[in-house]
Design a protein around this ligand. Structure first.
Ligand code: NOJ
Length: 543
């Protein structure tokens, strides 16, 4: 695997993203050029006053998403789960978590969203199940159990000890000793999340049925959790050490001093997506497979698109972890150069694991938050906003006694994850419009001053800017994917064309001259002035 830094050229290249050959605006899949919205269900809107957001809360609040111009939702896990990892430990792949609602509620949400032209994606967790899943309960009942081989079991090494040096997401050994059957089982996350054994054909058959179950109900696709995981090395070889380096991209290459060469990113995983893609395309409209492809290597990211026969979209974590905004121009070039012809990039800055971009990229600075939204929403491809991005919500410092995420409670390389899972703030009243005024929300609400109601009435707010950008994206870039071309620009300024739009971004804290574009300015993130303000972005038409 080459590192991200090996992709970084000394000389800037002029790159062009052109629409897929043979696709017209009329035939482009709906997600191309679209704005998706990741919605953390427990934190969006509580319809029944228990302090947790739920599915009916989403249905009741769909107006916000229509008003904003959202094309599709990705719902954080909705399936039954003991919640050792808040739904990423599934105990039933064809149900709905009772705390979030019922299958009927989800059907109603899909129907109501569909009436507004909003598609619904679910989160699918195929790398591991909950240890409370009936498959694992059976597997753990004996070595001859029918589901034993659904999971990765192995004997101790000679002399005792775990089968490999692999570490889980908390830095602890990824093998749990199971005294009742005298073997270890693998868990790349918590011990309550045993890894499935994708060498077992029956696991493939189970997941084909799961895909079809949801696609038949009108689910528009899946965000695939740990999409780079699934297969593990058949020989169970030890992972090599992470080479000492100062490069930031190595945050993604490995953790806890190891490169996950044998415990993830195995070549056999691609066959799963070729299989699922056929299923996705047997539906009309085709269903979307959007991978959580956790890799710092853009060529590895590109490989998950296959030959346009694997995932249609893959999350770009090198961009998520980029130093903003300085590293973005080259990373956009490098991403477009790395992706196979016709493959479309995904742009995102926040999620429920890595935190919110208004904090990580922008340090809460309103000018940078506005610039980040402008960039995310003008780059051709698919943009995924995280709930709260539209009002510039920053991470919330959740006191230790109120933290709810077991995986990161003891500290983690990603930081404590509750900080980006706090309730959506709909207004400044007690409960923030998320829950009732006297209800204790499952996580603290955070600063009331940043909320939807106040920003909706203010034409200069982050929310108003975000809505105008989404509108501009739909109106000017149209359906499908507009072309991208990076333009020559003075140091510290990034200029590009996106379809008919000309975007100019000041990447510095000091003012810059406005390049002479001879173009009609459609939108700017700062006040009208002769030049570009600090961190200001401008969108113009033509030129
Ligand atoms: C990635 C998910 O986004 C994260 O929240 C979860 O803990 C792990 N996968 C394990 O499922």
């Amino acid at each position: 695997m080459s590192s991200l830094s090996e992709h970084r050229p000394g000389v800037r290249r002029e790159l062009e993203l052109t629409p897929t050959k043979g696709t017209s605006m009329a035939t482009s899949p709906w997600w191309q050029g679209a704005v998706l919205y990741q919605l953390y269900v427990r934190s969006w809107r509580d319809s029944n006053g228990d302090g947790y957001g739920d599915i009916n809360g989403i249905t009741q609040q769909l107006d916000h998403l229509s008003w904003l111009g959202i094309d599709g939702l990705w719902l954080s896990p909705t399936m039954p789960s003991p919640d050792a990892d808040w739904g990423y430990d599934v105990s039933d792949y064809t149900g709905v978590h009772p705390e979030l609602g019922t299958l009927g509620d989800l059907d109603a949400l899909i129907a109501e969203a569909g009436r507004r032209g909003i598609r619904v994606l679910l989160d699918l967790v195929p790398n591991h199940t909950s240890s409370a899943h009936p498959w694992f309960i059976d597997a753990a009942s004996g070595r001859d159990a029918a589901h034993r081989d659904y999971y990765v079991w192995a004997d101790p090494v000679p002399g005792g000890g775990p089968p490999t040096n692999w570490l889980d997401a908390t830095g602890e050994p990824a093998w749990q000793w199971h005294p009742a059957t005298g073997q270890y089982y693998l868990h790349n996350f918590l011990p309550a999340q045993p890894d499935l054994n994708w060498w077992q054909p029956a696991v493939h058959a189970e997941f084909r049925q799961i895909l079809e179950f949801w696609f038949d109900r009108g689910v528009a696709g899946f965000r695939i959790d740990v999409a780079h995981g699934l297969y593990k090395d058949a020989e169970l070889r030890d992972n090599p050490p992470l080479a000492p380096t100062s490069s930031d991209s190595d945050r993604l290459a490995g953790r806890f001093g190891q490169r996950p060469v044998y415990s993830a990113n195995r070549p056999e995983t691609h066959g799963v997506y070729r299989d699922w893609r056929k299923i996705a395309e047997s539906y009309s409209p085709p269903r979307l497979l959007l991978g959580e492809t956790w890799t710092g290597d853009l060529s590895s990211l590109a490989s998950y698109y296959g030959d346009d026969d694997e995932l249609q979209l893959s999350f770009n974590f090198p961009v998520v972890f980029a130093r903003f905004p300085a590293e973005l121009p080259d990373l956009v070039d490098e991403t477009l150069a790395a992706l196979p012809t016709g493959a479309r990039p995904v742009w995102t800055g926040s999620n429920h694991d890595v935190g919110r971009f208004p904090s990580r990229w922008c340090h809460g600075d309103p000018a940078r938050i506005r610039l980040a939204l402008l960039i995310l929403l003008t780059l051709p491809g698919t943009t995924v906003l995280y709930y709260g991005d539209e009002i510039g919500m920053t991470d919330v410092a959740v006191p230790a006694e109120l933290q709810r995420d077991p995986m990161t409670q003891a500290g983690s390389p990603q930081g404590q994850r509750d900080r980006a899972r706090t309730p959506m703030r709909w207004n400044g009243a007690p409960g923030a419009g998320f829950t009732g005024p006297t209800v204790t929300p499952w996580l603290p609400i955070g600063p009331a001053a940043v909320n939807v109601a106040d920003q909706r009435g203010d034409p200069d707010s982050v929310l108003s800017l975000c809505r105008r950008l989404v509108d501009l994206r739909h109106g000017e870039l149209g359906a499908g994917v507009a072309g991208y071309r990076r333009l020559a620009s003075p140091p510290g300024v990034w200029s590009y064309t996106a379809g008919p739009l000309l975007v100019t971004a000041n990447l510095a804290a000091t003012p810059a001259a406005m390049p002479d574009q001879g173009a009609e300015i459609l939108l700017r993130t700062g006040p009208a002035a002769a030049g570009l303000g600090p961190w200001e972005g401008v969108v113009a038409r033509g030129g």
